[in-house]
Design a protein. Structure first.
Length: 103
């Protein structure tokens, strides 16, 4: 199977930044944020070789990769995987629907 190209939406990058920043402030240390960032990016790289690892959603081309307490929402578009959202599953989903980026 061919390797898929990985692209990030602006919102997904901001989601990841917000999550990492939250843990940096909460923990007073960058250790967990660094570890989390590496884990998320490592798993996203696995998607480039195995784009169907994630769970099918209601939309045919959109899947969700669940990594413990985090969810990576991505769309498969031809030979590209577009990371659409990074979500902390402990958060209230209405926050995203209302456009709030603050924890």
């Amino acid at each position: 199977m061919a390797k898929f190209k990985i692209e990030w939406s602006v919102d997904a990058r901001l989601d990841l930044f917000d999550i990492l920043e939250f843990f940096l402030k909460r923990n007073g240390s960058s250790s967990y944020s660094i570890k989390l960032n590496k884990s998320i990016n490592k798993n996203i790289q696995h998607l480039s070789k195995n784009p169907f690892l994630g769970v099918q959603t209601d939309y045919e081309s959109v899947r969700a990769l669940i990594l413990g307490e985090f969810q990576i929402i991505y769309e498969i578009i031809e030979d590209t995987i577009l990371i659409v959202m990074v979500w902390d599953l402990r958060r209230n989903p209405e926050e995203k629907l209302l456009g709030r980026r603050v924890r």
